[in-house]
Design a protein around this ligand. Structure first.
Ligand code: PLP
Length: 359
């Protein structure tokens, strides 16, 4: 049992429900099937149920356990996609539980085919395509050279091809990248004679449809950030047709004092091995909150008091400069922040942060 209420993450379900409704309408008019990506909140049941009840029937996660959790929670018939390349020990489970994986090696396709054969089923999967981020995916030449490989795999079915951008290198999708993917899909369908899906993600792809509603040939879009945060961090923009502020992180002030780092001492690195040399400022009023890097990401916390500045964080403290603030903060008071994607993910991963859902 936790002794204290804080730190606490409060989640506004109503706001996320409204965002989901709007995204569903948009996707409908764009002829796109929306897939909700649940890795940002560990596929926690209240949110998964809300998405399902709003009409979402496809879920994707980078963690197999999260997908199995969704499978237990929801009625049969939901589509579950593993968007992280499988590890070898996961292959059996993927086949047994009808999870649709992303794959980028023929050895893995072969291993999945063997497992599916044992299970007496035909397993759908996505071939990941490298399209610029230099992260996961088959290289174009590997696909060109595959020849008749696919005919060997009688127990798998290529459900589609997929592309992910803006995650590692920050490469943004543009019309050219989309066009290449669509051409690839069309050539594939002509060659093999069966329809496949083209799946793109994540939120960064939305801009392309906002610019041109008539894009044809893409079947589904995988979204996390847009639905949860109404943001597209890859383009540094707020999505003006969605709402922001569904996640509020609250933490308690455990110290308020005027202090300054002792600049006469030798300087090393901070507790996380980063150089962190503060400028000389003289004594300034600081407050310390019981919230650390273990619970959140201080770079994605936004305080409504513009004059209260986050100086930094240790494993278990958040230190803020409030010298210029007009607010009279008090010891024991609770301060709240709007939390971004990384901050929320870490809060969900921290057993120290309580989660409270509100309607
Ligand atoms: C995280 C992720 C997404 C969702 O991205 P958002 O920016 O949260 O919308 C989509 N596809 C893959 C493969 C991912 O890892």
């Amino acid at each position: 049992m936790a002794l204290s209420t804080y730190p606490l993450l409060e989640i506004d379900l109503r706001m996320i429900e409204r965002n989901t409704e709007v995204v569903l309408q948009k996707c409908n008019s764009w002829h796109l099937h929306p897939v909700v990506v649940t890795k940002g909140f560990l596929a926690d049941a209240p949110l998964v149920s809300l998405f399902y009840q709003s009409g979402i029937k496809s879920f994707a996660d980078s963690n197999l356990d999260n997908l199995l959790k969704i499978k237990k929670l929801l009625p049969p018939g939901v589509r579950l996609i593993l968007i992280r390349l499988p590890m070898k020990e996961e292959i059996k489970e993927i086949a047994a539980e009808d999870i649709i994986p992303f794959v980028s090696h023929w050895e893995i396709v072969e291993a999945l085919n063997e497992e599916a054969k044992k299970e007496n089923k035909v397993l759908p999967l996505f071939l990941a395509l490298e399209s610029g981020d230099a992260r996961e995916g088959f290289l174009p030449e590997e696909i060109e050279e595959m020849g008749d490989k696919l005919n060997k795999f009688s127990s798998i079915k290529i459900e589609g091809i997929c592309s992910t951008l803006a995650c590692l290198s920050g490469i943004l999708p543009d019309e050219g990248i989309l066009e290449r993917l669509i051409v690839f899909k069309n050539n594939w369908e002509n060659k093999w004679g069966n329809k496949i899906s083209l799946s793109v993600g994540g939120t960064t792809f939305l801009s392309l449809w906002e610019k041109d509603e008539n894009i044809k040939g893409v079947d589904e879009i995988r979204l996390g950030e847009a639905l949860l945060f109404g943001n597209d961090i890859s383009r540094g923009r707020q999505i003006n047709w969605l709402e922001r502020g569904a996640f509020t992180l609250k933490a308690e002030i455990v110290e308020i004092k005027s202090k300054e780092p002792d600049m006469r001492r030798e300087k090393g690195f901070d507790a996380f091995g980063e150089p962190n040399f503060p400028p000389a400022t003289g004594k300034r009023k600081r407050m310390i909150l019981a919230l650390g890097k273990q619970d959140s990401d201080e770079h994605q916390l936004y305080c409504s008091d513009e004059n209260a500045k986050i100086i930094g964080a240790t494993s278990n403290y958040l230190v803020m400069d409030i010298e210029d603030s007009n607010r009279a903060y008090k010891l024991g008071e609770v301060v709240q922040f709007q939390a971004g994607y990384g901050a929320v993910l870490r809060a969900f991963l921290s057993p120290y942060v309580k989660k409270v859902y509100r309607w």
